[in-house]
Design a protein around this ligand. Structure first.
Ligand code: ATP
Length: 382
């Protein structure tokens, strides 16, 4: 007997840059759907791109939609995951087994420029309705949640957003999914760089991700004991600022410090602007300062490293797995509500809430960032 297509479903997709905790979230949303809510969960491959591709293939044709439903129903779980012709997979228990701690996302994530076009989104809305989807859960960063907000305003579907980005640049939540793991990875990386910095009496300048936010560098700085953090929130760096920072390191060396780890966030800007990576610009500025005439440590070497995508991978921390489960729980509670309201999950003062799209920035976030920076300064002064 051919398995039948579900009468109602909730769809989930992962969009934008991947973040650790996405798989833990998928497991939680699927298991809660099957165990508690008794609603089928459709996993979407490659984020919005998977929906756009499928909507284009179906193209409003009733027979094509029926064929798609049959294909989804006859390839549940892993059978669907290994069938790369299928962008929507009816997830089962086994398909989310053993994925909780794995970084990345088994469904794939993508950027999809076409999703900026209203007509493309309208076709996606028709597709979702045709597939009996009652709610769509969008997991991603700022851009992905903007796409989710547009879907929510342009349709009567319930669209639940889940903040997931290692950048922690979403100011409506204390933490996004993936941040804790990325900080963990950075602390691990700093530990490795310290070994070589100490052995060679070097200054290592490490560039972290974070887009316009310095949170990742700040948290990693506090947790690793890195000597210096440079974040975008302090404003664009002029030549004099870089000299002041180099003088601070030199001062620490004079007082007996043998090495220094400097974390610079990728969002840091320079005045005048520079095209090269921040770590390299700072290396040159520092090196020039250390080698000025009459300097006490002309042999002090500065080495740069751009940590890049390393920060996205790795084993998801328990903290992120717990946050993923709590976000999934909150999503289902709201999907179950008769109001059918759209919104995005947020961690606030250790509560998980659903807040409207486009909530203003929480002032506490900026205050917390300043406090962290001050605390780091007080802890690392030599
Ligand atoms: P990260 O913070 O990790 O980079 P992100 O979600 O911010 O993740 P983006 O590349 O900004 O990543 O956005 C991901 C996708 O979301 C885009 O490729 C696009 O499909 C969709 N998207 C972004 N902005 C919009 C928008 N204004 N309108 C419609 N869709 C959008």
């Amino acid at each position: 007997m051919t398995p039948s297509y579900p009468e109602q479903a909730v769809a989930v997709l992962f969009s934008g840059g991947d973040a650790p905790g996405m798989n833990a979230f998928l497991r939680a949303i699927v298991r809660l759907g099957l165990n508690r809510e008794k609603i089928a969960v459709l996993g979407v491959r490659d984020g919005y791109r998977g929906l756009v591709r499928t909507a284009r293939a179906v193209n409003g044709d009733a027979e094509a939609l029926m064929r798609l439903k049959n294909a989804i129903a006859s390839h549940p779980g892993r059978a669907g995951l290994i069938n790369d012709q299928l962008d929507l997979i009816q997830m089962d228990h086994a398909s989310v087994s053993g994925i909780m701690g794995k970084g990345g996302t088994i469904l794939g994530s993508a950027r999809c420029l076409e999703f900026h076009e209203k007509e493309v989104r309208t076709n996606v809305i028709h597709l979702l309705k045709g597939l009996n989807v009652r709610a769509l859960v969008v997991v991603g960063g700022d851009g992905s949640l903007t796409g989710a907000k547009l879907l929510a305003t342009e349709s009567d579907l319930q669209i639940i957003g889940i903040p997931a980005t290692i950048d922690n640049d979403l100011q409506f939540t204390d933490m996004a999914l993936g941040v804790d793991t990325a900080v963990n990875t950075l602390v691990w990386a700093v530990d490795h760089f310290i070994d070589t910095a100490r052995s060679h009496r070097r200054v290592m300048v490490l560039e972290t991700m974070g887009r316009a936010s310095g949170d990742l560098a700040r948290m990693a700085g506090l947790a690793s004991g890195a000597e210096m953090i440079i974040t975008p929130e302090s404003g664009a760096l002029k030549a004099a600022d870089m000299e002041r920072l180099a003088a601070k390191i030199e001062g620490a060396m004079t007082r007996g410090r043998g090495h220094a780890i400097v974390l610079v966030a990728e969002g840091v800007e320079f005045d005048p602007p520079q095209k090269r990576n921040r770590a390299y610009v700072l290396m040159d500025a520092f090196q020039q300062y250390f080698q000025r005439s009459g300097a006490p440590f002309p042999d002090l070497e500065v080495r740069p490293s751009v940590l890049g995508h390393l920060q996205r991978g790795g084993h998801t921390t328990p903290q992120d797995c717990i946050l993923a489960a709590r976000f999934a729980d909150c999503a289902w509670i709201n999907i179950g509500r008769a109001t059918g309201k759209s919104g995005v999950t947020a961690l606030r003062k250790n509560n998980i809430e659903i807040v409207p799209y486009g909530e203003p920035d929480m002032p506490e976030r900026a205050a917390f960032s300043r406090e962290m920076e001050q605390l780091h300064d007080d802890l690392s002064s030599w």
